[in-house]
Design a protein around this ligand. Sequence first.
Ligand code: HEC
Ligand code: HEC
Length: 220
Amino acid sequence: MKKLIISTLFSVLCLSAWNVSAEDKPLDPAAGKRLYETYCFMCHDRGLSNAPRPAEKVDWDKLLPLGEETLFKAVIDGPGHMYPKGISPVWSEWELRSMIRYMMDTVTDADSQKQANTASAADKERHLQLLHGRKLYEQTCFKCHDYGDLGAPKLGSLESWAGSKDKSMDALARSVIDGKNHMYAHGGSNSLSINEFKSMIEYMLSSLEKGWVSPQRKCQ
Ligand code: HEC
Ligand code: HEC
C-alpha cells in the first residue's frame, strides 16, 4: 500500500513537473508561423469576414492594445465566424499562443508595438463580452435582426433602434426573454442565462456606435 502511495505520488509529481515545463517553454513565433500557414491562412490572409490580416496595421490597431492574453481567450471562445480555437480543437496552449504571437509580431512599426497591451482591464473584458455576444447572436437572432424582418430593429441601423435603444438593459432583456410581438420568447434560443442575453443585446447595441464594421463586409 505504502509502495502504491509513493509511486502514485511520484507520478503525480512527474506529471506536474512536465506540465510546468510545457507551460514554461518559450513561445516560438517561427513554429507559430508554420502552423498559421497550414491552418489559419485561408481566412486570415484574405481578411475573410474581417479576420485580421497579418502585417496589415489597420487590422491590428484595435487588437494589439488588448494584448496577447485577451486574444488568446477570444480565440479559445471562437470569435465571430471563426470556430473555437480557430479550426481545430486539439491545439495545445503553447501552439495556439505561438500562432497568436506570430500574428501579432507581423505588425512591426514602433508605434503599434508601443500600443501593445495598453488597454484597460474593463476594455479587455468588454471586447470578450461583445465577441461572445456576437457569437450567440449569430446562432439565432441574426435571422430577423440582420435584415430587420417583421419590424425587428436592424443591426447597425440607428433609425430602426430608435424605439428601443434608450430602454434599460433589464427591460430589453425582459422583452427578449418574454417575447415581443413577432419575436418569440427567448428570441428562438433556449438554455441561456440572463447575462448571455445581455451580452447579445450589448453586441447589438454596439453596432450603433460610430466606426462599427458589419461582419458581412469585406468577404473577398
Ligand atoms: C474560418 C475562418 C477562420 C479560421 C480558419 C481562423 N480564423 Fe481567426 N478569425 C476569423 C475571423 C472572421 C475573425 C474576426 C472575428 C471578428 O469579427 O472580430 C478572426 C479573429 C482572430 C483573432 C482576433 C481575435 C479577437 O480578439 O478579435 C485571432 C488572434 C485569430 N483569429 C487567430 C486565429 C488563429 C491562430 C487561427 C488558426 C489556428 C485562426 N484564427 C483561424 C476567422 C478565422
Ligand atoms: C423571428 C424573428 C426574431 C428573432 C429570431 C429575434 N428577434 Fe428580437 N425582435 C424581433 C422583432 C420583430 C422585434 C420588434 C418587436 C416589437 O417591438 O414589435 C424585436 C425586438 C428586439 C429587441 C428590442 C426589444 C424592445 O423592448 O424594444 C431586442 C433587444 C431584441 N429583439 C433582441 C433579440 C435577441 C437577443 C435575439 C436572439 C436571442 C432576437 N432578438 C431574436 C424579431 C426577432
